[in-house]
Design a protein around this ligand. Structure first.
Ligand SMILES: C[S@@+](CC[C@H](N)C(=O)[O-])C[C@H]1O[C@@H](n2cnc3c(N)ncnc32)[C@H](O)[C@@H]1O
Length: 234
């Protein structure tokens, strides 16, 4: 089953048009000058305002639908940068000075082997001493997960409803979502899209150990007002 398909990307763009402010301010404040990579850039809600603030940032993402929205936003803002289709596990060696993965997106690599390969590739895409800024999701406390959530967004006569069923397994620290998107035009159901998302949650100690195993150094794990972040040097 596809994830981050057309309806998901459309819904995401309407539901989350801008980066969360506290997170954006922290990432923008922590990034050094130089060449910056945002893998998992999605619709560009971090990438576009970072470019607008003068950062030299490039982005990649495996979802054609998310990338199409990102490219539309870049064009609408009159901005140009390299944005390409690639999963984290497929990153080629490069010489970026920094990389950022906000919003817990890294946790989407829920298979341990994929997550480890992703971190290794990320290490290889950075210069020696290059800075990684990565936000991650901590494990849930008992009974802390919401179960089923319905959200609706609209644009003109178009409405997209998301029905999301969440399940968290404390043993594996995997947070699973079964999502159904329903597109309605003038009240008529036109299309549906189903997806399953799985996220692996990390304790600060687990994240530190994964980063170290991938070759990162000078690792600092911090709790910020918006969530947990790791800072590390390649
Ligand atoms: C929740 S979105 C967040 C995007 C962006 N970080 C933001 O805050 O708007 C997660 C993104 O991760 C991408 N993604 C999923 N699996 C990936 C992988 N293995 N490698 C790289 N990106 C991936 C999806 O296509 C999606 O665009």
């Amino acid at each position: 089953m596809e994830s981050y398909g057309d309806l998901c990307a459309w819904f995401y763009d309407l539901d989350k048009p801008a980066a969360p402010e506290l997170a954006f301010v922290w990432f923008a404040g922590a990034l050094p000058p130089g060449r910056i990579l945002e893998p998992m850039c999605g619709t560009g809600r971090f990438l576009v305002p970072l470019l607008q603030r003068g950062f030299n940032v490039e982005g990649c993402d495996p979802s054609p639908a998310m990338l199409a929205r990102c490219r539309e936003k870049l064009a609408a803002a009159g901005l140009e940068t390299r944005v390409w289709q690639a999963a984290l596990e497929e990153l080629e060696p490069d010489e970026f000075d920094a990389a950022l993965i906000p919003a817990g997106s890294f946790c989407l690599l829920h298979e341990p082997a994929a997550a480890r390969e992703g971190l290794k590739r990320l290490h290889g895409a950075l210069n020696a001493g290059g800075l990684l800024l990565l936000e991650f999701e901590p494990p849930y406390g008992a009974g802390d997960w919401p179960g089923q959530v319905t959200r609706v967004v609209s644009q003109g006569g178009t409405q997209i409803r998301l029905v999301s069923r969440q399940h968290y397994d404390p043993a594996t620290q995997i947070d699973s979502y079964e999502n159904r998107y329903e597109l309605r035009q003038s009240g008529r159901l036109v299309r549906t899209e189903d997806e399953v998302l799985r996220l692996r949650c990390y304790t600060p100690e687990q994240m530190e150990s994964e980063l170290r195993a991938a070759g990162f150094d000078e690792i600092a794990i911090e709790h910020q007002d918006f969530g947990w972040v790791a800072k590390a040097r390649a």
